[in-house]
Write a protein that binds this ligand. Structure first.
Ligand code: PLP
Length: 471
């Protein structure tokens, strides 16, 4: 007699059955029940779909169940869940302002101020002395003005928000003139023409990709012109037969015609007496110089070269800043108390001549000669671990986040190879490990650049490798 094929659906266990099975009992004790029920449901649904698609029959299913695959998949899913979310990362990539890794690390004093603001109440919109209502970024605006030599300042969520606010405030239902050489795209979704559309301003392109002259702007100016904008080509450079109009000339044109002028600097390099200059960054524009050029408003990021928390900072003429503040969009783009606290503390460091203490600045200024002994010590310790070879090689670090493209900082890195695993596998294991480590992969080797390590992280880095070697 021919044996009838069993119905595979009937073999699928019930959720309760899975949860009380010996293989899952231990997992169930340390995992919230609701979460586990959901995961079991997901797994069973996936198997059911395989059955429906004809990819899994009763015999295959029986085999899986006999091998305990359900419990294993469940354990893997719980592990994945435990690894989800934001964790601290050791950045061994050498990219100082790595957007994927959160850009600038703030100064400990800024971090402490942020924690205090987050945990308790603060005088966010009340003047302590008079008890009157005030602006949340009043102090910040004064600090920014002092630091950059401008009349006033205002802060929003990020520099993309700053650009949007400027375009909408001065250019809405009017025209905004921009050079074809500066129609930038920053990080995928931020394209100048698209942002202008959303800001409800009509883009008027002038000049060509490689050359734009003042006459091009002059000819485009008319009754409908609302704004002249200059955008720093943060993540690319035009070289060769090129010409662009400088900030001072564009600002002067705006002043002659009574048209507001704006300069989106991107990075916000701030040079101050008493702090080591960032002259390794080449032609990356400086905020104070942009303000001095006469531009009505100048905007830049808080978490790029400035070295603070994520923000968009705008400085310029009192009346222009007041106009930005009056725009209803400002209410949607403004900062929260935690970021304001972090920025005030960061700017206070600049004003006190202590900017060299900011982690991002310190990392950018590190000389290769200072990094070499750190790399050598790391190489000695990693090379002593089973299965690894490690050597010091001359390398280059990058500022990152689209600042100073083509600028490479001389550095020394540790090149690590495993005798048993590919560089990609090693990198993946480090990312999944505890603490989580990000490194560069190049030529089937792992490159560890000590430039972006915080003090003390060398030890943790070695410990992370040691933990892998034990596994
Ligand atoms: C980085 C950058 C932006 C966007 O700044 P975020 O702070 O990332 O929002 C806008 N414009 C320029 C020129 C930039 O370099």
């Amino acid at each position: 007699m021919k044996k009838e094929a069993a119905n595979p659906y009937r073999l699928l266990p019930a959720v309760e059955e899975v949860l009380s099975s010996p293989a899952v009992r231990e997992l169930a004790q340390r995992t919230p029940r609701g979460l586990l029920v959901g995961f079991v449901g997901e797994l069973l649904a996936r198997w059911r779909a395989e059955i429906a698609a004809g990819a899994l029959d009763a015999a295959g299913l029986e085999q899986r169940l006999a091998r305990g695959e359900l419990a294993l998949a469940l354990a893997a899913r719980v592990m994945e869940e435990q690894r989800a979310g934001l964790v601290r990362v050791i950045n061994a990539t050498g990219v100082v302002l790595h957007t994927g890794l959160g850009r600038a690390s703030v100064h400990p004093e800024a971090a402490a101020a942020m924690q205090r603001a987050a945990q308790g109440y603060c005088n966010l919109e009340v003047d302590r002395l008079s008890g009157e209502r005030n602006q949340r970024d009043e102090r910040l605006g004064l600090q920014l003005a002092r630091l950059t030599g401008s009349e006033a300042g205002i802060a929003v969520n990020n520099n993309a928000a700053a650009t949007l606010l400027i375009l909408n405030t001065f250019g809405a239902r009017r025209e905004t003139i921009l050079s074809r050489g500066e129609l930038v795209e920053i990080g995928g979704s931020f394209r100048m023409p698209d942002v202008m559309e959303r800001a409800n301003t009509q883009l008027v392109e002038v000049g060509t990709t490689n050359r734009t002259r003042l006459a091009d702007y002059e000819q485009a100016c008319g009754a409908a012109t609302g704004l002249l904008i200059k955008v720093h080509t943060s993540n690319y450079r035009l070289v060769g037969f090129t010409e662009e109009v400088g900030a001072a000339a564009l600002a002067a044109l705006g002043a002659r015609r009574g048209i507001p002028s704006a300069y989106d600097l991107g990075s916000g390099r701030i040079e101050r007496e008493g702090t080591p200059p960032l002259d390794m960054l080449g032609d990356e524009p400086e905020v104070r110089a942009a303000v001095a050029s006469g531009m009505d408003v100048v905007c830049f990021s808080g978490d790029k070269l400035l070295g603070g928390p994520q923000a968009g900072l705008i400085v310029g003429q009192q009346a222009r800043i007041a106009a930005l503040r009056k725009n209803p969009l400002y209410r949607a783009l403004r900062l929260d108390k935690v970021t304001i606290a972090g920025l005030e503390a960061t700017l206070a460091l600049y004003l006190a001549g202590r900017a060299h203490e900011l982690p991002a600045r310190r990392m950018l200024c590190l000389q290769a000669s200072a990094l070499r002994p750190v790399a050598e010590q790391l190489a000695r310790e990693l090379g002593a671990l089973a299965g690894l070879t490690a050597e010091v090689v001359p390398e280059h670090s990058q500022p990152g986040s689209g600042s100073a493209p083509g600028i490479f900082l001389d550095s020394f890195a540790v090149r690590v190879r495993s005798r048993t695993h590919s560089a990609g596998e090693l990198a993946a294991a480090l990312r999944a490990g505890e603490p989580c480590v990000f490194a560069r992969v190049h030529d089937d080797a792992l490159l560890l650049d000590p430039r972006t390590l915080h003090p003390g992280e060398e030890r943790e880095l070695v410990a992370a490798f040691a933990a892998l070697a034990r596994r």
